[in-house]
Design a binder for this molecule. Structure first.
Ligand code: NAG
Ligand code: NAG
Ligand code: NAG
Ligand code: NAG
Ligand code: NAG
Ligand code: NAG
Ligand code: NAG
Ligand code: NAG
Length: 646
């Protein structure tokens, strides 16, 4: 106990660094879904020592996992100034080769933490963590959490009942099993009989008691998911739990747990269920959790209060009065911008950190708000703005976000900084934005469709790397408000026609908007600029297609770009990729991970975009409409009837 505790105390970790690897086989190997990844920001003192230790422990762990039926490995290398302790674990349903594949994926993505002296990566199929101190006793730590998957509107109550019972059963059995692992299935009998799948696993370095207390917390975190989510997970330092209505292991890979339930099934199960809802056990767990939270908050390191550490973290709860003070009572001069979901203010908190505070202008149910905020706050990617926390206790809902000093791309494309970005910077922005979107669509455990990609939602950090803002917020809208036939979130001109007109929502809606933004980045022109038709001008998209058809697409390039600083071939290729993204139907539009691949690949575009795949008249309707409203009509204010009525 004292050991790991003192370890957290000494940890001076302030920010989370994150990176995604382009080669993510996300779709084909869902076991490499990254659930959580974080890095310490304290760097090793000697990187040479550190990397040699890290490499040795990683290859030692990998060697251990390459033995048949080995799912767990620890290793340490402590001979010099920068010791490294590693723990790796695969879920026991993984084959040896899948386990190694997952380990390699986790190891390469954790490399993005550079010389950080601690990091962890939790994937569906495996778990990898290293620290500069031994952490083998860690069981349940503050920041443990349930990660509910996609919400489905009509979850059958029979599914919830079965899942709840399955999870309760495995949380009792797992601490008693050899290897601390259980996998079970159970039929869900209803109109359509289906099967529920669940696993639970503890790291092998904890005691049975440690495993049991971790299971209790995990069970409490995950069971609420089952009400309306088909796929849920709970992640903690010492254990992992997952259920799903779709198979993620084979039917013949279950473990026999009945014999572990017999003796205590009545008493212990009562303790767990009671422990969660109330009762003495529950009180004790609650007290322990509260105590840990309390102690941790007291131990927050200077400057560290805002950011995640390598420990798992949920969103921070801010007090309304602190945020009010930080933003000088939401004074006009502190206003950074007006977004679709509310105004954003700059704030300086007590420890001197600068934050951005978004005052949500949408009504939303509070419990829905809190679970969605949890989902968004777990998104860590270097091309996505971090949600640091929220405040639900004041007169309005507030979100606290990472602050970006350079402001939005809009300013650099056609605002006061127009013409100041060179081609390399523009390409980096295009590439980073594509990666951020690919992460939201395919690599995060919940598919997040942004629905409002436009330059004002792409913020730039000090190195002009892009970070996408406002993702996930559309999820906060009550379901009936986002529903197709009534309203849509999006901005005319950037909105895919099938979404604007028919309300058909898919990830490809973001692909479309991305294509339009790329055309703007290349041309320095706004997609909604009204053409002077008598002078032969056209809307940006139409213009781009016309130039492309006559093989003159380089004419699109912003004249402020220095032609000696880019290769014509490169720009041509990016224009073609952008046009591919604006095609319809959605099946011919690439996914964002395909876009990332195309952008990073040196090869040529295989299926060049085709004019046949774009209905410009449909899009023009949209463009014209936007001129009659205002420059950026956004979110939930525009109804489809207004659009089609034109
Ligand atoms: C750690 O090293 C990285 C580069 O590897 C650097 O960007 C970062 O600022 C360093 N962090 C600290 C706290 O020194
Ligand atoms: C450690 O491994 C990485 C990646 O495999 C490699 O780039 C690096 O050179 C290695 N460092 C040392 C000190 O062995
Ligand atoms: C692991 O099992 C496979 C097939 O069951 C066998 O071919 C292989 O030799 C085994 N490897 C080790 C290291 O035992
Ligand atoms: C470090 O590794 C050595 C040998 O590999 C082992 O004996 C020792 O128990 C390990 N230490 C910890 C704290 O895991
Ligand atoms: C949970 O365990 C009890 C006792 O063994 C068993 O009767 C019940 O069917 C199990 N529930 C599920 C959903 O497997
Ligand atoms: C049952 O399955 C059928 C066909 O697979 C489907 O049409 C129907 O909607 C399903 N019913 C429920 C309640 O899920
Ligand atoms: C489990 O089922 C798979 C196919 O579903 C089969 O290839 C495998 O041999 C089976 N394993 C055992 C131990 O029966
Ligand atoms: C989430 O929902 C989207 C469609 O809205 C679907 O494509 C995706 O596969 C779902 N993700 C998971 C993890 O179930």
């Amino acid at each position: 106990m004292t050991l790991w505790w003192s370890f957290w105390w000494r940890m001076v970790v302030v920010a989370v660094v994150f990176m995604v690897f382009l080669t993510n086989p996300g779709r084909s190997q869902p076991q490499t879904n990254v659930l959580i990844q974080s890095c310490s920001t304290v760097n090793a003192s000697s990187t040479a020592n550190f990397f040699s230790n890290l490499n040795e422990t990683f290859s030692d762990a990998r060697r251990q996992l390459s033995n048949n039926n080995t799912y767990f490995a620890i290793s340490n290398q402590t001979r010099n100034s920068d010791p490294v302790y590693v723990l790796a674990q695969c879920r026991n349903y993984m084959s040896t080769s899948d386990c190694l594949g997952c380990f390699d994926y986790a190891a390469s993505s954790i490399r993005a933490c550079g010389a950080a002296n601690g990091a962890r990566s939790v994937l569906d199929g495996c778990f990898l963590r290293y620290e500069s101190n031994s952490f083998n006793g860690d069981t349940t730590l503050p920041g443990n959490q349930g990660l509910c998957g996609n919400r489905t509107s009509s979850q059958q109550s029979s599914f919830q009942t079965v899942v709840d019972e399955l999870l309760s059963n495995i949380s009792i059995a797992t601490p008693k099993m050899n290897g601390f692992y259980a996998a079970v299935t159970a039929p869900v009998i209803s109109t359509n009989t289906s099967t529920a799948y669940a696993i639970a696993q503890c790291v092998e370095t904890v005691t049975a008691d440690g495993c049991r207390s971790c299971m209790q917390v995990a069970y409490a975190n995950i069971r609420s998911c089952a009400a309306d989510v088909i796929d849920g997970r709970a992640v903690d330092s010492g254990c992992f739990m997952r259920y799903s209505g779709t198979p993620f292991f084979r039917n013949n890979q279950t473990t026999e747990i009945a014999s572990f339930l017999l003796d205590e099934s009545s008493s212990n199960k009562g303790a767990i269920i009671g422990g969660v809802v109330g009762g003495v056990g529950g009180l004790i767990i609650l007290l322990v959790v509260l105590l840990l939270w309390y102690r941790r908050s007291k131990r927050t390191t200077p400057g560290g209060s805002l950011y995640g550490a390598t420990e798992l973290q949920g969103p921070k709860d801010y007090s309304y009065s602190d945020l009010k003070k930080a933003t000088k009572d939401f004074r006009e001069e502190n206003k950074l911008g007006e977004g679709g979901f509310g105004d954003v203010y700059k704030g300086t908190v007590k420890d001197g950190n600068i934050i951005a505070v978004k005052k949500l202008a949408i009504g939303t149910a509070k419990d829905n708000f809190e679970s969605e905020v949890r989902v968004i706050s777990n998104v860590h990617h270097r091309n996505l703005i971090r949600l640091l926390g929220c405040c639900t206790k004041g007169p309005e809902l507030l979100l606290v976000l990472e602050y970006m000093a350079n402001g939005s791309l809009e300013k650099y494309l056609y605002g006061e900084k127009r013409g100041s970005l060179n081609w390399k910077q523009r390409f980096d922005i295009i590439f980073g934005t594509a990666r951020g979107l690919a992460y939201l669509h395919e690599q995060y455990h919940v598919t997040i469709i942004h629905r409002d990609i436009k330059p004002s939602n792409i913020l730039l950090d000090n190195e002009f790397q892009p970070k996408i803002a406002d993702f996930g917020l559309a999820r906060l809208l009550p379901e009936d408000q986002t529903h197709i036939s009534t309203r849509f979130a999006g901005t005319l001109g950037y909105t895919a026609p099938e979404y604007a007109i028919h309300g058909q929502l898919s990830e490809k809606v973001d692909t479309y908007s991305f294509g339009i933004v790329v055309l703007e980045i290349i041309s320095g022109k706004k997609c909604t600029d009204i053409p002077n038709e008598s002078a032969g001008e056209q809307y940006l998209l139409e213009h781009a297609w016309n130039l492309y058809e006559t093989r003159m697409h380089l004419k699109l390039v912003d004249e402020t770009l220095d032609p000696t600083k880019y290769k014509e071939e490169d720009i041509k290729k990016v224009i073609e990729i952008a046009l591919m993204c604006t095609q319809s139907p959605v099946s011919v539009r690439p996914t964002m991970s395909e876009v990332v691949m195309l952008l990073s690949d040196r090869s040529r575009v295989q299926n060049p975009p085709s004019r046949q795949n774009v209905n410009l008249s449909e899009i023009r309707v949209e463009g014209n409409n936007s001129t009659s409203t205002t420059k950026s009509v956004s979110n939930a204010d525009v109804t489809v009837t207004e659009l089609t009525g034109r």
